[in-house]
Design a protein around this ligand. Structure first.
Ligand code: PEP
Length: 249
């Protein structure tokens, strides 16, 4: 089954509103002909501006995190309905930086993923192993544990609404991209795990993330089980990000 390539720009804690506007204005003409799903994930402060600037275009907008409750005494948090009100369409969940630096747990993700779907947001669920886990031969074990836990709040029929990003921690922001063999092997394994949960997997998009650049994107995106890319550093430059979007066949 042909899956539409899905290319997402994770800006992390980068870009003011002015810089975000400049980026979108530079990006749109460069990807005008694309048929791919192109998603930009700005910080909360620039969401409104990016949503407004991309109106009438194919670019979709994702937040980088959300809380699982709709409202309440959670100082500093933002809920799914608040994002939907802004016309945000998706949300990154479980990024390794949130797991490492902010204590994002699989228990919280098991609640966030269904909360996002219930509100009408597409979850982009990130999973990935550390370098130590890979060296110890525990990659599959770690990924299976994360996936089983993070998807545990969903019925099998809902899993098709989730985009899964395989992001090996050792490849994020390091310039050490996974080899095509590693990326394919793990993305195929992720599809198997999802299938074991009883979900139809032909339509599930599985992305690779970790030092994707214009120079390595085409090779990674051509792999049979890699349906797109989650791009960090190289997504901060409109020209580089457009080159990655246009590298997907
Ligand atoms: C990311 O943060 O999701 C990421 C993949 O970063 P980079 O492309 O910079 O490795």
């Amino acid at each position: 089954m042909a899956r539409t390539p899905y290319i997402a720009a994770n800006w992390k804690m980068n870009k003011t509103i002015a810089e975000a506007s400049e980026f979108i204005d530079a990006l749109l003409p460069r990807i005008a002909a694309t048929q791919h799903d192109v998603v930009v994930c700005p910080p909360f402060t620039a969401l409104h501006e990016v949503v407004e600037r991309r109106r009438g275009t194919a670019v979709r907008v994702a937040a980088q995190n959300m809380h699982y409750d709709e409202s309440g005494a959670f100082t500093g948090e933002v809920s799914a309905p608040m994002l939907v009100e802004l016309d945000v369409e998706a949300v990154v969940l479980g990024h390794s930086e949130r797991r490492q630096h902010f204590g994002e747990s699989d228990e919280a993700l098991a609640r966030k993923v269904p909360a996002a779907l219930a509100a009408g947001l597409e979850p982009i669920l990130c999973v990935g192993e550390s370098e130590a886990a890979r060296d110890a031969g525990e990659t599959e074990e770690v990924l299976e544990r994360q996936l089983q836990a993070d998807l545990s709040g969903l019925e099998a029929g809902q899993i098709g609404g989730v985009v899964i990003a395989y992001e090996p921690i050792w490849a994020i922001g390091t310039g050490r991209t996974a080899t095509p063999e590693q990326a394919q092997e793990v993305c195929a394994f992720i599809r198997d795990v999802v299938r074991m949960r009883g979900a139809a997997t032909e339509g599930v998009r599985i992305l690779y993330g970790g030092s994707v650049k214009p120079g390595n994107a085409a090779e990674l995106l051509a792999l049979p089980d890699v349906d797109g890319a989650l791009v960090g550093g190289a997504s901060l430059d409109a020209e580089e990000f457009a080159a990655i979007v246009n590298a997907a066949g």
